[in-house]
Design a binder for this molecule. Sequence first.
Ligand code: NAP
Length: 309
Amino acid sequence: MNKNTQLGKSDLQVNPIGLGTNAVGGHNIYPNLDEEAGKDVVRTALNHGMNFLDTAFIYGPERSEELVGEVMKEYKREGVVLATKGAHQFKGEDVVFNNDPTFLKQSVEDSLQRLRTYYIDLFYIHFPDDDTPKDEAVGALKELKDEGKIRSIGVSNFSLDQLKEANKDGFVDVVQGEYNLFKRDAEKDILPYTAENNISFVPYFPFASGLLAGKYDENTTFDDFRSKNSLFQGEELKKNLAKVDQLRPIAEKKGVDVPHIVLAWYLNQPAIDAVIPGAKRDRQVVDNLKTLEVDFSSDEVIQIDRIFS
Ligand code: NAP
C-alpha cells in the first residue's frame, strides 16, 4: 500500500492513516480526558509519519482545536495536513447548525486563531442546516480557498441530495460521513457518487467507536456515550462480537491484528483514500500504522464483506 496518497482532486497529500482528535480535549464527548495525554497522542502521530489530523470546533468545544494548535507550533506547518469543521452555533443553552456564508467565514477565522495557523488544509461544513442553499454555503468556502485561508473544501453528514446541491459547481473535495463494517448505508449512494466525482470519502467511526478494534467482550462496560449505543447492548453486542471474532484468523494469517484488517478493508474502496481512527493512547496511534502492511486478495475482500453484510 502506498505511503502517501492524494485526497480526491484536492492537492493534499496524506498518509492514509490519519488521526481523529475528538478524544484530544473533547471533554464534551469523553469524560475525564487528560489534556497532556491528548497532546502526546498528536505528537506521537506526527513523530511516526502520520500527517493528517482531524479536529472540529465542537470537540471540547474549542479545546481540541486549541490543543492541536499548541502541538502544531512544535512542528513545521507544511508537514501537517490539518482538517477542521464548523457549523455548530451556540444560542444560549441551545446548539443549532448554521451554514450561512457569513457564519461559516467567521467560523474559519475563529478556527485559524485557535489552531494558531494562517491556513487550514481542509475545512468541512460539519452538519447541514435546514435553510442555507448548499451551493451558497460551499461558495463561501470557495471564496476563502481563493484567498488562501483554506486549501480544500469538505462537507460532513450531508445526504446525497444535499451533497449534489453542495457540489453543483464541482467545488467539493472531500466528504466525511459515518461508515464502518457495521454501518454501511453510505455504500448505497454517497460512496458511488464520491467515486464518480473524484471526491474523497473519509469514514468516521471507522472502529464503530472501538467495537471493531477487537478488544471488547460481552462483559466490557462503558462510562461514555457508548453505554447508550445500540451496537453495544445485550444480544446485539454478542452478535457483533461474533462477527469481529471471524476477522481474527484473517488477521493472524497476515501477521497483524483485527484493527489493521478493518482499516485496510476501507482503504481498499475506490473513494476512500484515508481513514481517521481516534485514539486515546500513544500505542494505539503507532499500532494503527501497521495497516499499511496489509494487502488483500480479492477473495479476502469479499470474505470480509460477507461477514458483515
Ligand atoms: P473510532 O475511530 O471508531 O474509534 C476510536 C476508538 O477505537 C478509540 O477511542 C479506541 O477506543 C479504539 N482504538 C483506536 N485504535 C485502536 C487500536 N489500535 N487498538 C485498539 N483500540 C483502538 O471513533 P472516533 O474516534 O469517535 O471517530 C474517529 C474520528 O472521526 C474522530 O476522532 C473525529 O475526528 C471524527 N468524527 C467525525 C464526526 C463527524 O460528524 N464528522 C463524528 C464523529 C467522529 P478506547 O476508547 O476503548 O481506547
